[in-house]
Design a protein around this ligand. Structure first.
Ligand code: CTP
Ligand code: MG
Length: 380
């Protein structure tokens, strides 16, 4: 049977022990928020759906990180247990992997192994055999020695049949657990242990962000692109810029809707991804694109670069126009770009100015838009 595989990535904690004054998962690690690396690991053909938990404080930032991957974001709860429950409510797969966002060093190989094991055994808990001797201690003295031979340190991911783990969590009621295997043990049965990875540590304290961490492979992660477009004024009484219809005493002449901003952004994105320009994808000799809605084409371009393994990190647009006045429309234009590209508005800037009467823009003959973008790698 071809079971649907979902994953839950838990990111709704406060990270108090790390002491950064905010969620540790948004703190930088190898040039990106720590959570970004975890999200990237689950971007694999083996997983059909990813649900990420976030607190309401981090919702905007975590949603922006998840958007390029197409992951769902749900509000977590006050405890990890409650966060898992909230996410389980949204999961639609037959199998579910539950993973701490705080374990960015997990590998795609371990994720694959975990999925293979749950398909064979009905559960799969990544764990490492204990190497240190462990004891029960109370009030500073050892009360009981434990048999190290049968001791394991539990990690995530942990994989379950969705129906089973969901029903276990329902049975758990309001009780709080530190991991999912404990809930499974209590209400379902004995889950299967599989070998975890030594490097799959959980970022807990500030020091975990600094010393002895496995290196992330840097593969030209940031790409830069630049795009320019010009259209000249002709008949009409409005222009469309970044999807916003703005009154003007002239219109812009174009095969499409003449949205110079959308066109400059598309060229910048394609260029950053090392692809051909918009003329190649949407030729102006093709009747199909007559009067085309350029923001729709921009969404297409976003999909094209996603397929190449990239997503925009920030976009900087500069427009030169003697008319119409654009300042009142900057917010709406930014919002339109944000929606088309699933990129948080904080990562988009649109600036507008005139040309002080100089050149073709200054003489009111047309409008020019420039755009610079950076892309990040979201390679599967
Ligand atoms: N987590 C969650 N919801 C909570 C608490 C924790 O989704 N209410 C997530 C964290 O974001 C983390 C994972 O569960 O990825 C494991 O928790 P932990 O390492 O304890 O992280 P925090 O709870 O954020 O840290 P601390 O306990 O130091 O505050
Ligand atoms: Mg915690």
């Amino acid at each position: 049977m071809n079971e649907k595989v979902s994953a839950i990535i838990l990111a709704a904690g406060k990270g108090e022990r790390a002491g950064f004054g905010r969620n540790k998962l948004l703190a930088p690690l190898s040039g990106a928020p720590a959570l970004y690396h975890t999200l990237q690991k689950f971007y694999t053909e083996d997983i059909d759906e990813v649900v990420v938990t976030s607190s309401k404080f981090d919702l905007k930032e975590i949603s922006a990180l998840c958007a390029p991957f197409g992951y769902k974001v749900v509000l977590g709860g006050d405890t990890r247990t409650q966060s898992v429950k909230n996410a389980l409510d949204k999961v639609t797969g037959d199998i579910v992997l539950i993973h701490d966002g705080a374990r960015p060093f997990v590998t795609k190989e371990l994720i694959k192994k975990c999925i293979g094991a749950v398909k064979s055994y009905g559960s799969a808990i990544c764990a490492l055999k204990a190497t240190d001797t462990a004891v029960y201690g109370h009030y500073g003295v050892i009360c009981e020695r434990l048999d190290r031979e049968s001791m394991y340190n539990i990690q995530t991911p942990q994989a379950y049949l969705t129906d089973e783990i969901r029903s276990a969590y329902i049975s758990a009621g309001d009780k709080v657990y530190t991991d999912d295997s404990a809930v499974y043990c209590e209400f379902i049965g004995t889950p299967r242990l599989i070998d975890g990875e030594q490097s799959n540590i959980k970022l807990t304290y500030a020091r975990d962000f600094e010393c002895g961490l496995p290196e992330f492979k840097v593969t030209g992660d940031t790409r830069v692109g630049f795009g320019v477009d010009v259209h000249c004024f002709g008949e009409g009484n409005s222009v469309i810029l970044a999807g916003e219809k703005i009154s003007c005493d002239r219109g812009l002449i174009a095969h499409s809707d003449g949205d110079v901003i959308a066109h400059a952004v598309m060229d910048a994105l394609l260029s950053a991804a090392g692809l051909k320009d918009i003329g190649h994808y949407f030729p102006d000799t093709d009747e199909k694109f007559r009067g085309a809605d350029s923001m729709r084409l921009l969404k297409e371009v976003a999909k094209i670069i996603n397929k190449e393994g990239f997503a925009p990190s920030n976009i900087s647009v500069s427009v030169q126009a003697e008319k119409p006045r654009l300042s009142a429309h900057i917010g709406a234009m930014t919002e339109n770009l944000s929606k088309a590209l699933s990129l948080a508005p904080e990562n988009i800037a649109v600036a507008a100015g005139t040309c002080e009467g100089l050149g073709f823009v200054g003489e009111g003959l047309g409008i020019t838009a420039y755009c610079a973008v950076t892309l990040k790698n979201i390679q599967r």
